[in-house]
Write a protein that binds this ligand. Structure first.
Ligand code: NAG
Ligand code: NAG
Ligand code: MN
Length: 505
């Protein structure tokens, strides 16, 4: 997850557009009545000519009165099918064959792909330097409830055509923020009721839900770690509702991403107190989960920084330590995002292995960063070697269920065709499917596992067993050294390991 780098994001889009409209109006008043008249005439003529179906997103007039939409949102795009590696059809899978069995499980069950509503349906292409670039045909430029419903219909057509079973959302992506908590909750209920109906018809599921606790200005100091008690309470109320709707939609997990749970300066921060508050907040979430009978896994999503200078859930090891300190290990797992892994100076493989060996690997946010760029670019993963290593961890973990692979990835700002949404997901799915096939080859071949086994074989001895059982004291080991003399040390065989990996790519 990440914050769109712009002042017009997520739940704030409506407000931002109102601000822009206001600005245009002020400009009009300054430049005199003739211009005003001309502009009004232009708007009037557009309102008459524009059919609601093609209501463009850059239009500020009132074409958002109804959530109705006739026909398909993605006309001309068929249901995406597996055609195999030799096909030239960009709208087909080359490697992902949902029903095919790999290592005793169907590909769809290893991969459990999910579309991220925020990137795919709320991403506008805006960045800190520039305005939105994407004007999807179904968008009317508003953040109205009707628009939210129409967008939800588009979401279900998209995931159905793509052949994905899951979707993920933040509360404020799917329904507009209201003026009060009650109004926001009522908006959410209305959209969630429609989502429930649509996902039942389409036989789809929620992989996870979450609360957006970073866009609204009230969260500037954090949510659970805010210095303001009333903000802590507001965040609790928002998470309570987000857990309820995730439960109502049959969500299999619930995610906590603490984008603003961190600090900008230690000079004005009581870190110990903030971390204690975060732990109390998460304990309360566990209690509420049990109270409402929600069986989904609670997931913490590590990220080192951005938007804060230092985020408390820095990486998998930091998050594991936090959970242990506060006795929360049994209640939470981790959602590892590959781009966040590289931001923290680790590979995605490292973060997955750290989570796995701590029994904490719960879900993957499938994306990647750019090797030449230092921020969270949230790109679709296309690196086959990286995907192979990711899938190696997933297979060793016995899969991710009830977690899966959420495409927390967005189109580049310059990719502005509707079909790009499909192509991006297809290449992301194919890359991980290819990674799974490669990981299976590597496991079936066995020579990499054998290389690793051999490397540690000196511990497969009587003394080795004593060391590993915690029964070898320093005096005994010193006696052995005097008996054995200088150790003979073997090669690590890194290049051979790399050669074996390459042989399956
Ligand atoms: C949650 O798990 C409990 C215990 O396994 C089970 O009895 C209950 O039906 C589950 N609830 C839901 C909503 O799946
Ligand atoms: C494993 O792969 C290596 C490298 O390609 C090859 O030399 C070896 O014969 C393979 N072993 C098996 C058991 O397939
Ligand atoms: Mn990210």
């Amino acid at each position: 997850m990440q914050v769109e780098g712009n002042w017009c994001v997520g739940g704030m889009e409506g407000e931002c557009r109102e601000m822009r409209a206001e600005w245009v109006l002020k400009l009009m008043m300054k430049s005199g009545k003739t211009l005003l008249l001309l502009l009004c005439l232009k708007l009037l003529c557009c309102a008459v000519i524009a059919a609601p179906q093609t209501c463009p997103a850059n239009n500020v007039d009132n074409c958002g009165d109804s959530d109705g939409w006739e026909g398909e949102f993605f006309p001309g795009i068929p249901k995406i099918k597996y055609e195999g590696p030799s096909t030239k059809n960009p709208l087909s899978f080359k490697w992902y064959n949902a029903e095919e069995e790999i290592l005793g499980k169907k590909m769809k069950d290893w991969l459990r792909f999910s579309v991220a509503f925020w990137h795919t349906f709320r991403g506008t292409g805006a960045d800190p330097f520039g305005a939105p670039t994407k004007y999807w045909p179904w968008e009317d430029g508003t953040n109205s409830l009707n628009m939210a419903k129409r967008r939800m219909r588009a979401n279900f057509e998209f995931i159905s055509k793509l052949g994905v079973y899951f979707w993920c959302f933040h509360d404020r992506d799917i329904a507009p923020d209201g003026k009060t908590l009650e109004e926001s909750n009522a908006n959410l209920d209305e959209v969630v009721a429609l989502a429930k109906e649509l996902q039942t018809q389409a036989k789809k599921r929620v992989l996870w839900g979450t609360a957006q606790l970073f866009v609204h200005p009230r969260y500037m100091h954090g949510a659970a770690t805010s210095s303001e008690l009333e903000v802590y309470a507001y965040a609790a109320a928002q998470v309570k509702k987000a857990m309820e709707v995730t439960h109502y939609l049959g969500g299999e997990n619930y995610v906590f991403w603490g984008g603003r749970e961190g600090y900008q300066s230690l000079l004005n921060t009581d870190m110990e107190r903030e971390l204690n508050h975060l732990a109390r907040f998460l304990e309360a979430a566990v209690a509420y989960k049990k109270k409402i009978g929600f069986n989904g896994t609670l997931l913490i999503e590590p990220k080192p920084q951005e938007p804060t200078k230092h985020q408390y859930d820095w990486d998998a090891a930091t998050s594991a330590n936090f959970l242990r300190k506060y006795g929360l290990t049994g209640e939470f797992k981790l959602n590892i995002e590959c781009n966040h892994a590289t931001l923290s100076g680790h590979s995605c493989h490292h973060e997955l292995e750290t989570a796995r060996i701590n029994g904490l690997l719960g879900n993957i946010d499938a994306n990647t960063g750019d090797p030449q760029v230092g921020w969270d670019t949230d790109q679709f993963l296309v690196d086959i070697q990286e995907a192979t290593l990711i899938m190696l961890s997933v297979v060793r973990n016995g899969g991710l269920a009830p977690g899966g692979f959420n495409f927390d990835a967005k189109l580049r700002r310059e990719s502005i065709d509707v079909e790009d949404l499909f192509i991006a997901h297809i290449v992301g799915m194919d890359t991980l499917a290819r990674g799974l096939r490669n990981a299976a080859k590597l496991i079936e071949n066995g020579s990499l596992a054998e290389l690793v086994r051999k490397r540690y074989q000196s511990f497969d001895t009587e003394i080795g067993a004593q060391i590993e059982a915690g029964k070898a004291d320093f005096e005994m080991l010193e006696k052995k050294v005097k008996e054995w003399g200088e150790p003979k040390v073997a090669s690590a065989k890194q290049e051979l390991a790399e050669m074996i990996l390459q042989s399956v790519l």
